[in-house]
Write a protein of this length. Structure first.
Length: 319
């Protein structure tokens, strides 16, 4: 059975605590659409690691300027979201240089960023995920023959729900698919699941308490995440305990199915009629600010933001 984390005393018990002061470089920023979110994560992680007594250098890194990696260091703490950070690119660079770094490796990162590849892996691991189709410019007509609204349309490799849309009117679907495939070459069309939206943080190989996300919007999109003040995050979830336990268990299953490590956040929809949960995606470097979902879940389990960062450092250093 999956370990379900409710108290810090049971969290990743096999780890040896890193007691010495470490030289840690925090990488943040990057070139992608999630740059501002990443900068906020990196600043907060830097602050937390310094409070823990580590020697911390933070760098706003770009693919064409890797000078920050030339400094002496014990490890890199990755606070890079989206392009270059979560797609396996920076992980490959760090592997080639023999530098320890937090989070998933190049292959798992690339898998998680590619929503189509990730969904195929979920299916292989018997983790339920919404029915889907891959749409290219050449396949728009074919896809329209087999799908009815409502459906979800999203880029196959973007984070923070960027350009993710729910299409409810059949007459709008062609235009949405043509626009999306023009901008992204291919996109993902997915069955729309009506019901509660949940997310589960993973730390080590343990599931943190699930969070239900409630927003006035159709779903938890970029605006609901970063701009709205009325999005609610609830731990008192109105679902049977057996369903919540299954979601936590399958969150770890999904995390391991992609080969993820250290930490991640797994997003779910639950069908309100059948109570069947469906995994949407895995964020291999989820937001790391005080208001982000993974730190909220850790706090519910008794871990402060500083303790969460220290756990990630420990997980990195044990490899």
């Amino acid at each position: 059975m999956t370990r379900l984390v409710d108290k810090p005393a049971v969290l990743v018990p096999a780890l040896k605590t890193v007691k010495r002061k470490l030289a840690i470089t925090v990488l943040m920023g990057g070139p992608g659409s999630e740059r501002e979110v990443s900068l906020n994560s990196g600043r907060r992680v830097t602050e937390a690691l310094r409070a823990l007594g580590h020697d911390v250098y933070s760098a706003d890194i770009q693919p064409d300027d890797l000078s920050a990696l030339e400094r002496p260091m014990d490890m890199v703490f990755l606070a890079l979201h989206g392009e270059f950070g979560e797609d396996g690119q920076v992980q490959q660079v760090l592997e080639q240089r023999g530098i320890k770094y937090s989070g998933s490796g190049p292959r798992a990162s690339a898998l998680a960023m590619d929503k189509v590849a990730a969904k195929c892996r979920f299916i292989e691991a018997h983790v339920p995920t919404p029915r889907f189709d891959v749409v290219s410019p050449q396949r728009v007509d074919k896809v329209l023959e087999h799908w009815t609204c409502p459906v979800v349309v999203k880029p196959s490799a973007q984070g923070s729900s960027v350009d993710c849309l729910i299409v409810r009117q059949p007459e709008e679907l062609r235009g949405v698919l043509e626009d999306m495939t023009r901008r992204y070459d291919r996109c993902l069309l997915e069955e729309f699941i009506q019901g509660p939206e949940l997310t589960v943080g993973i730390l080590g190989e343990a599931a943190l308490p699930p969070i239900q996300i409630q927003t006035r919007r159709d779903f938890y999109n970029y605006e609901a995440k970063y701009l709205d003040n009325d999005t609610e995050y609830r731990f008192d979830i109105d679902l049977p305990d057996a369903v919540l336990a299954r979601i936590r268990d399958m969150s770890v299953q999904a995390h391991l199915a992609l080969g993820c490590r250290d930490f991640s956040r797994v997003d779910w929809m639950v069908d309100s009629r059948t109570l069947e949960p469906y995994v949407l995606e895995i964020n291999t470097i989820p937001g790391l600010t005080d208001h982000s979902l993974l730190p909220k879940a850790a706090r519910q389990a008794g871990l402060s933001f500083e303790m969460l960062c220290q756990r990630i450092v420990e997980l990195t250093c044990q490899r």
